[in-house]
Design a protein around this ligand. Sequence first.
Ligand SMILES: Cc1cc2nc3c(=O)[nH]c(=O)nc-3n(C[C@H](O)[C@H](O)[C@H](O)COP(=O)(O)O)c2cc1C
Length: 204
Amino acid sequence: MKLLHIDSSISGAQSVSRTLTAEIVKCQKALHPGIEVVYRDLAADPALHLSHAHVDAWTGGTVEGAALSCDLETGEEYLAELFVADIIVIGAPMYNFSVPSQLKAWIDRIVVEGQTFEYSESGELQTFLPSAKKVIIASTRGNVYQPGTPTAAHEHHESYLLTVFSFLGLHDVTVVRAEGLAFGPDTRDAAISKARFAIATIAV
Ligand SMILES: Cc1cc2nc3c(=O)[nH]c(=O)nc-3n(C[C@H](O)[C@H](O)[C@H](O)COP(=O)(O)O)c2cc1C
């Protein structure tokens, strides 16, 4: 079995999502002895934003420069890692109501027409990833965005990630959430404890 572990927080050792993904991976390793883990720290080593040069290269144009060439290779590696992973663990802090731009840059490399999806001539969506993958998202945010609250409409974070994975045909998605992290130490500690409890109950 293979597990793809992705972190995207810019907060280093203080990061709650990094703590949670580490714990998820530890639990999954205990559940699946021998599971092979591939780790990507997208904050430390982000992909470039897509540019006209990328589109040019994808459509048969010349690849200009070592940086672009290396970045295109990274994109291919992201795809290869995703195709073979049985479990995908993603650390996803909320930044300005959505995901970190580094995580978005990863998404831009895995949602690729002709590689992970395609539309038929009649407009039907076809997806190419093996669907028997488990996705576990460690969602962290300062505020709370529960349905029915005034802030619910600001939530473009978990809902966005769920849209992405559903679009790719991956429907087995578990969200482990720690929110209200900006509300002071008591709420923060309670939110993290709740997320830790949820992690311990995930059995894949
Ligand atoms: C640049 C930045 C933007 C943020 N934007 C939001 C936001 O829009 N909504 C929110 O609830 N929290 C926001 N936060 C708070 C983070 O979601 C919260 O600190 C969370 O713990 C981040 O996860 P991490 O500890 O893994 O970095 C933001 C934090 C940073 C650093």
